[in-house]
Design a protein around this ligand. Structure first.
Ligand code: AP5
Ligand code: MG
Length: 235
C-alpha cells in the first residue's frame, strides 16, 4: 500500500490541448498535496502582468505556438525552488519539447527525484469539442465545461458570481495550430519517456474521476514494484 505522504515524486502530465491535464493536476494536487505547476497558467499570468517573460511569450501563445524554451525553462526552474515543491509536484504542460525534457532531467538529477510521466490520450474531435465548450472564471481561474455540466452552465462562476470567459487560444483556428504543434514538438516526448521506462498511458476519454483513479493506481502499482525491487536488491 503506497503512503502518499512519504512520496517525493514528480508527476509529468503529457497530453494534447484539452486532454484534461489541468483537470487532473488539480485533482492530484487536492488529494495528495503536491504542488500544481501549470506553465500555461504561469505564462498567462505573466502576459496579464506585462512582465518581461509575458511580453516575450504573448505572440506565441496567441498564435497557438510554443513560447521559447529559455523563457519557460526559466519560469519552471524558479518555481521548483519554492517550498511547496519540496514533497513533490505535478507538471501540467511542461516539458513540451525535447530540449525542455533534457533541462528537466538535469534538474531531477540534482535533486534525485523520481518521476512518472502520465500520457493522457484523447482523439482530436473530442479535444476540439472540449476546448470549444471550456469556460473559465477570470477571478478564481476555475474551469467549467459545457460537456461535463450537461447543459447547466449558467455563464457565471458558481463560487465568485463573475461572468465566465473563454481563452483566446480556444478559437477554432488556434486550436488547429495547437494540435499541430503538439504532434510535431511534444508527441516525440512519449518515446523519450518510454525509453526511460517512466511512461504510462491513460485513456483520457473517460470521466475525470475514472482518469484520476487510473493515474493514482498506475503510480501506486509502479511505486510498489520499485520498492519490492529495491528491497530484493538490498538483501
Ligand atoms: P496550456 O495552458 O498548457 O494549454 P494546453 O496544453 O493547450 O492545454 P489546455 O490547458 O488547453 O488543456 P488541458 O489539457 O489542461 O485540459 P483541461 O483540463 O483544461 O498552454 C497554453 C499555451 O501556453 C501554449 O499553447 C503555449 O503557447 C504556452 N505554453 C505552455 N506551456 C509551455 C511550454 N512548456 N513550452 C512552451 N510554451 C508553453 O480540460 C479541457 C476542457 O475539457 C475543460 O473544459 C474541462 O472541464 C474538460 N474536461 C477535462 N477532463 C474531461 C473529461 N475527462 N471528460 C470531459 N471533459 C473534460
Ligand atoms: Mg490546461
Amino acid at each position: 500500500m503506497v503512503n502518499w505522504a512519504d512520496l517525493k515524486i514528480a508527476i509529468i502530465l503529457l497530453g494534447p490541448p484539452g486532454a484534461g491535464k489541468g483537470t487532473q493536476a488539480r485533482l492530484l494536487s487536492e488529494k495528495f498535496g503536491f504542488a500544481h505547476i501549470s506553465t500555461g497558467d504561469m505564462l498567462r499570468t505573466a502576459v496579464k502582468n506585462g512582465t518581461e517573460q509575458g511580453v516575450r511569450a504573448k505572440t506565441f501563445i496567441e498564435a497557438g505556438m510554443l513560447a521559447p524554451d529559455e523563457v519557460v525553462d526559466g519560469i519552471v526552474r524558479e518555481r521548483l525552488q519554492q517550498e511547496d515543491c519540496r514533497r513533490g509536484f505535478i507538471l501540467d504542460g511542461y516539458p513540451r519539447t525535447l530540449p525542455q525534457a533534457d533541462t528537466l532531467q538535469a534538474l531531477f538529477a540534482q535533486d534525485v527525484i523520481r518521476s512518472f510521466t502520465i500520457g493522457i490520450s484523447v482523439k482530436d474531435d473530442v479535444l476540439v469539442a472540449r476546448l470549444g465548450g471550456r469556460w473559465i472564471c477570470p477571478s478564481c481561474n476555475r474551469t467549467f465545461s459545457r460537456q461535463l455540466s450537461s447543459g447547466s452552465l449558467k455563464g457565471l462562476c458558481d463560487k465568485c458570481g463573475v461572468a465566465l470567459t473563454q481563452r483566446n487560444d480556444d478559437a477554432v483556428e488556434v486550436i488547429t495550430e495547437r494540435l499541430r504543434v503538439y504532434r510535431e514538438q511534444t508527441a516525440p516526448l512519449i518515446k523519450y519517456y518510454q525509453e526511460r521506462g517512466t511512461y504510462f498511458q491513460i485513456d483520457g476519454d473517460q470521466s475525470p474521476a475514472k482518469i484520476f483513479y487510473s493515474i493514482r493506481d498506475t503510480i501506486a502499482k509502479r511505486d510498489g514494484a520499485d520498492r519490492a525491487t529495491a528491497k530484493g536488491a538490498a538483501r
